[in-house]
Design a protein around this ligand. Structure first.
Ligand SMILES: Nc1nc2c(ncn2[C@@H]2O[C@H](COP(=O)(O)OP(=O)(O)OP(=O)(O)O)[C@@H](O)[C@H]2O)c(=O)[nH]1
Length: 244
């Protein structure tokens, strides 16, 4: 392996080790993002979860070519502003949504929330958006979400559909994201969410959450039931909703 390659990458990989498994965090990488015609410069990091300690950058590179990472999803985080030192920072823990984020589906509000939370972070001046790749369908996976959608088309609500397919309503875990957050910032954060369970998950993991910022919008005939179910069955808080 070329020494030059090693020296380019060496100080761009952070090892976050614990008995819960190894995390390798690569970055920052400059990412100019188009937000309604304005370009905002974010710093992007991606992380890899690993059972074994790969010791050094050469060990990591060696491993990469022998595992098929494209068959697995990796999570990442977009950081804006002086994230480590600023007193006040916004955090969005965004669960991957293939249909809403990529295709722009209006059956949910995910695409809107992704875009809007990046804008909120930029307007605020400092923050980070965690894009959590193992959260599809609230943790049930894309194929199961497609089956859940079919049940929803026949009258089941989001929660019932998950339960009838043998899942819990919400199978998401924030453990790795919190470990990465801690490596990037130790000070308190404010969470962009309508979901009190996310707040509980952060707080019970020992994170100092100083407040919650609501994020409602893009209500349409296509996602009315979905949003209503969030409030009626999943405990999402309506405070701050424009139609409250
Ligand atoms: N199982 C299931 N998951 C869905 C459905 N629609 C969207 N999702 C997933 O829901 C996740 C987003 O979670 P939500 O419950 O909408 O919102 P939240 O993250 O709990 O709360 P907020 O922080 O307020 O957005 C994404 O992973 C989507 O893929 C659905 O109909 N069924």
């Amino acid at each position: 392996m070329e020494q030059k390659v090693v020296s380019i990458l060496d100080d761009k990989i952070k090892h976050i080790g614990s008995e819960k498994g190894e995390i390798y965090l690569v970055g920052p990488i400059q990412l100019p993002i188009n937000l309604d015609g304005e370009t905002a410069i974010f710093h992007w990091y991606c992380w890899l979860l690993c059972k074994e300690d790969l010791t050094d950058i050469e060990g990591i590179i060696h491993k990469l070519s022998s595992v098929n990472l494209a068959e697995m999803q990796q999570s990442s985080v977009l950081v804006y502003g002086d994230f480590e030192k600023a007193e006040d920072a916004y955090i969005r823990m965004h669960s991957i949504c293939h249909t809403g984020d990529i295709f722009g589906s209006k059956r949910c509000d995910c695409g809107f929330q992704l875009h809007q939370s990046l804008k909120m972070i930029v307007d605020h001046g400092t923050g980070a958006l965690f894009y959590l790749a193992n959260h599809e369908g609230r943790g049930i996976g894309l194929f199961s979400k497609a089956m859940a959608y079919l049940l929803q088309e026949r009258g089941y609500d989001t929660v019932e559909a998950n339960l009838n397919l043998g899942f819990v309503d919400d199978a998401r875990n924030y453990g790795d994201a919190i470990r990465v957050l801690r490596a990037l910032r130790e000070k308190q954060v404010k969470l962009i969410t309508n979901n009190p369970k996310k707040l509980d998950a952060m707080r019970s993991a020992g994170l100092e959450v100083a407040g919650r910022i609501t994020l409602w919008g893009d209500v349409s005939e296509y996602n009315e039931n979905y949003l209503q179910t969030k409030v009626n069955r999943s405990g999402h808080l309506l405070s701050g909703c424009p139609n409250e």
